[in-house]
Ligand binder design. Structure first.
Ligand SMILES: Nc1ncnc2c1ncn2[C@@H]1O[C@H](COP(=O)(O)OP(=O)(O)O)[C@@H](O)[C@H]1O
Ligand SMILES: [Mg+2]
Length: 155
C-alpha cells in the first residue's frame, strides 16, 4: 500500500487543492479519519481548488454546507447523523447524484448505503513521526477515480 505523507496543515490543504483542480461534475469524495485528523483541512483545499475563497468550516450541526465555485461544492459532515431517515430528509441523493462536487466527512455514518464510483481518503495521525504528520491513503472505485488516484499519487 502506498501512502501520501503530509507534514503540515498546508501540505494537506495542497493535496485537497489538487483534487479540487481535477474535480469533475458529480464527483464524490469521502474523507475518513478521527476528530482532528485533518478532514476539514482537506475539504478546505478542495474548495480552494474549485476557486472558492469563503472560509470552510465543518458543517457538524447542519450536516451540509454549500459553496459556489467552478462547480458547486456540497460539503457534508455526517458526524451527528443519527439515522438514515435524517439523511433522506436532507435530500442527500440530489446532492450525491447531482452535478456538483460532494465531499463527505464521517462517511462511516452512511454504512449500508451503496455508493459506486467514489474516492475514499483516509487520514491518520502518525505519532511516530510527529504531531503534524499525517499518513493518507486513497481508495478509488471506478475508472475515473482510478485515474484521479494515479494523478494524486504522482503529484
Ligand atoms: N499534516 C496535517 N494535515 C492536516 N491538519 C493538520 C496537520 N498537522 C496538524 N494539523 C492540524 O490538525 C487539525 C485538523 O483539524 P480538522 O481538519 O478540523 O480535523 P477533522 O475535520 O478531521 O476533525 C487542525 O488544527 C490542523 O491545524
Ligand atoms: Mg471536520
Amino acid at each position: 500500500m502506498k501512502y501520501i505523507y503530509t507534514g503540515s496543515e498546508a501540505d494537506t490543504e495542497k493535496l485537497g487543492k489538487k483534487i479540487g483542480n481535477l474535480a469533475w461534475p458529480g464527483i464524490i469524495i469521502l474523507i475518513k479519519g478521527d476528530l482532528g485528523a485533518g478532514k476539514t483541512v482537506l475539504a478546505r483545499g478542495i474548495a480552494k481548488g474549485l476557486g472558492i475563497d469563503e472560509p470552510i468550516t465543518s458543517p457538524t450541526f447542519t450536516l451540509i454546507h454549500q459553496y459556489n465555485g467552478r462547480l458547486p461544492l456540497y460539503h457534508f459532515d455526517m458526524y451527528r447523523l443519527y439515522d438514515a431517515e435524517e439523511l433522506y430528509d436532507l435530500g442527500f441523493e440530489e446532492y450525491f447524484f447531482g452535478s456538483g462536487v460532494t465531499v463527505v466527512e464521517w462517511p462511516e455514518r452512511l454504512e449500508g448505503y451503496k455508493l459506486y464510483g467514489h474516492l475514499q481518503i483516509t487520514i491518520e495521525k502518525d505519532f511516530d513521526l510527529g504531531t503534524d504528520d499525517r499518513r493518507i491513503s486513497i481508495d478509488a472505485r471506478g475508472e475515473l477515480y482510478e485515474e484521479l488516484k494515479k494523478e494524486l499519487m504522482i503529484l
